[in-house]
Design a protein around this ligand. Structure first.
Ligand code: SF4
Length: 349
């Protein structure tokens, strides 16, 4: 059946009109979905006949949860969803004192192939449709609502390269931000990219001022060519120029992500090169301790090395934080639950 969120507002209103229902019923349906309704029958302020007609025509969601894991005493939960056609993607909910953040997937697999990433090790599946991206957020909101929480932030840092699925990602961002659906401010939505420069320029013109995060990981082309292979096409200096142009156009400070790999990109030389690359730019550097991935040659640095690296970067005038290691037990690095399910180490429900 057709997933209800695959219809635009206009298409759903047309369907309602064809079924002798007023257009405002569309807002009621969306409001129920945003509050976590799992069936049309639960939408109590709709007439019974309309609920029956909706249930006969549509699915509330196209996603099927097939595995879950939890960590941090339940503050981090991860769900593996099966998509129509059989591919699967992960979504991670992280609960904090002042916010609830969803890490969302935009592709099943990823064509970029970063060698330290669990997702990049599997063959690329397919792009997600915009409704499949939004449905991950609706599911997270359902879970959070049952805990008296509300989804407040979304980061496109799950499986896939968001800019390689550009139109669906932009459409989903508009839906996430729509006050009639989830109403998440674009400022609380982070879109990350490994560096598809033409798409960054396009994003700046969309009038959805999301925060841009660049998966940097290395400041010299020679190393970044290996860690983030798209760098061979879009070199690092040009990438940073494009990202900063985005920041200037939108007024949003750009975030640079740096997964810390022991002995690979955590040396004094790397810190110095990072400082030179971003010096004088309105930028924030986020250091991410590596979450070990099986069958890769990479390791997480010692805490002391991370601290030293941070101080070396800070000493060059950059703004730096170390991201907490939420969800290590939850296989929370992108692609890890998927990988464990594929290897048969996690039971599939
Ligand atoms: S790190 Fe991101 S861009 Fe690289 S392979 Fe993994 S999902 Fe793709």
């Amino acid at each position: 059946m057709t997933p209800i969120l695959s219809l635009s507002a206009a298409d759903l209103e047309k369907w309602l009109e064809d079924h002798d229902a007023p257009a405002y019923r569309r807002r009621q349906v969306w409001s129920w979905l945003a509050r976590g309704a799992t069936s049309f029958d639960a939408m109590r302020d709709l007439p019974k006949a309309l609920r029956t007609a909706l249930a006969a025509a549509f699915d509330v969601s196209s996603l099927r949860p097939i595995a879950t894991s939890a960590a941090d005493r339940g503050l981090t939960t991860k769900t593996l969803f099966e998509l129509e056609g059989g591919h699967s993607v992960e979504a991670v909910v992280m609960r904090y004192a002042d916010r609830s953040t969803l890490c969302i997937s935009s592709q099943a697999g990823c064509p970029i192939g970063c060698p330290f990433c669990a997702t990049g090790k599997f063959p690329f599946g397919r792009n997600l449709k915009s409704h499949e991206i939004v449905e991950q957020a609706v599911d997270a909101q359902r879970v959070l609502a049952s805990e008296g929480r509300r989804l407040s932030h979304v980061v496109f840092m799950g499986m896939g390269e968001p800019m390689a699925n550009y139109s669906a990602v932009i459409e989903s961002v508009r839906r996430l931000a729509d006050p009639e659906l989830l109403g998440i401010s674009p400022r609380r939505i982070v879109v990350s990219t490994s560096g598809l420069i033409p798409r960054i320029a396009e994003l700046a013109e969309e009038k959805v001022p999301v925060t841009l995060a660049i998966s940097l990981h290395a400041a010299r082309d020679e190393l970044r060519d290996v860690l983030v292979p798209i760098n061979r096409k879009y070199p690092v200096r040009e990438l940073v120029d494009a990202a900063q142009a985005y920041g200037a156009r939108t007024g949003r400070r750009v975030s640079y992500e740096w997964v810390m790999l022991a002995g690979v990109n955590d040396t004094e030389r790397d810190a110095r090169e990072l400082g030179v690359l971003l010096k004088g730019r309105n930028a924030h550097v986020n250091l991410i301790p590596f979450n070990p991935v099986e069958d890769t040659p990479f390791h997480a640095p010692q805490r002391s090395s991370i601290r030293t690296f941070k101080e070396q970067v800070q000493a060059q005038g950059l703004n730096v934080t170390v991201r907490d290691t939420r969800g290590r037990e939850a296989d929370a690095a992108c692609g890890q639950l998927h990988e464990r399910v594929m290897r048969g180490k996690v039971a599939v429900s």
